[in-house]
Design a protein. Structure first.
Length: 288
């Protein structure tokens, strides 16, 4: 699609931690930190991680053409699709009748919205659809290195929401759900072929993605999430668009384990991170 689209396949590994906070609450479990019910390993969804990347890019590139964010709570998605038709002067309300218009609108969305160029989007809804885009960047669920142990911490509040509650005079009780500590690992993939054929994800977009990953927790601090830090970003760069080695072989180069004598990890220093820099032919190992 774009001549400046990336020419290399990539994989990457993120290591981040959470101290005395809730890295990703589960609404089906009273917003407790997400865990695997069989093993108690902590989970952070891909949706959560991509939200933080989107939020950082929106702050970092605010107002710059080509770096809008499609998936956010400002207005209905269908209205954004219609805006693409208006900008291109395409005939509207022709759903299912004009595949060329859908393709043009899809290219317009990719050019103007960073998150669609990066992650893709389902844009086939409404009267003015823009199709379905599979993004070149895909991220797996993050999983903690060791089991985590969510706790409900009882808190009190003095400010009441209603006059009746204020008149009662009693201090109200509440809860915060936290884990004392968890070190999480997430793995991701970047397809040069998807970038070249569909979205036009460029070298500039790639550098912005790395910047966003490294800084996505820095502009997302809250009392609920505690102390969250990106500890390592490991990158595997292939010489060819289709890749030079299987992704699982490269992911296995990164090892994380608890240090000897540590019973319950409570800080990043309780872990040892090692990596094998001997790469298959055609693969370059990078750290950010």
């Amino acid at each position: 699609m774009e001549t400046n689209a990336i020419q290399n396949r990539y994989e990457f590994v993120m290591l981040f931690d959470c101290e005395n906070g809730n890295p990703n609450g589960d609404p089906d479990a009273g917003n407790m930190p997400r865990t695997d019910p069989e093993t108690n390993f902590g989970i952070v969804t891909d949706v959560c991680l991509k939200r933080k990347i989107r939020n950082f890019v929106e702050l970092y590139k605010e107002g710059e053409p080509g770096y809008n964010i499609l998936i956010k709570a400002d207005k209905a998605l269908n209205s954004k699709f219609t805006e693409a038709y208006d900008a291109l002067g395409l005939t509207k309300k022709q759903k299912g009748k004009d595949a060329n218009a859908v393709k043009q609108a899809q290219q317009y969305i990719c050019q103007n919205y960073f998150d669609v160029r990066t992650f893709g989007a389902v844009m086939s809804t409404g009267d003015d659809p823009c199709g379905i885009v599979r993004g070149p960047v895909q991220i797996n669920f993050a999983r903690s290195i060791d089991p985590v142990f969510p706790q409900d911490i009882t808190i009190t509040r003095q400010a009441k929401t209603t006059e009746d509650r204020q008149a009662a005079g009693n201090t109200e009780m509440g809860k915060k759900s936290v884990i004392p500590y968890g070190l999480y690992r997430a793995e991701g993939y970047i397809s040069a072929m998807q970038a070249q054929k569909i979205t036009g994800f460029s070298e500039d977009d790639l550098e912005l993605l790395w910047t966003a990953i490294l800084n996505m927790f820095e502009e997302d601090h809250s009392a609920a999430r505690g102390k969250m830090c990106m500890r390592h970003l490991f990158i595997f760069k292939h010489e060819s668009p289709l890749g030079n080695a299987p992704s699982h072989v490269l992911f296995d180069k990164i090892k994380v384990q608890k240090r000897d004598g540590v019973a319950a990890a409570r800080s990043f220093s309780d872990y040892e991170v090692t990596w094998d820099e001997t790469m298959p032919e055609g693969v370059t190992f990078l750290q950010k």
